[in-house]
Design a protein around this ligand. Sequence first.
Ligand code: ZN
Length: 80
Amino acid sequence: MTMTTERVRTAEPLKLVDRCDRCGAQAFVRVEFGLTLDLLFCGHHFRRHESALLTHHPEIIVRDERDRINHRPSVSANAE
Ligand SMILES: [Zn+2]
């Protein structure tokens, strides 16, 4: 294992401590703007901003991990 900073530019999975930049919920989507800026979104806020992001920033890289949302228990899993 090598020592790296926390924000390595790889497909590192989102962690429990990664939070939506809009509401502070657990983040499941990472949107990468080039080398310096990431935005994190919960499923709800990514869905809300997805079309605008992709329209205005076609260069972004989206790492969508929403398929993991229901893979483990969550205190907010009953919101539906
Ligand atoms: Zn959110």
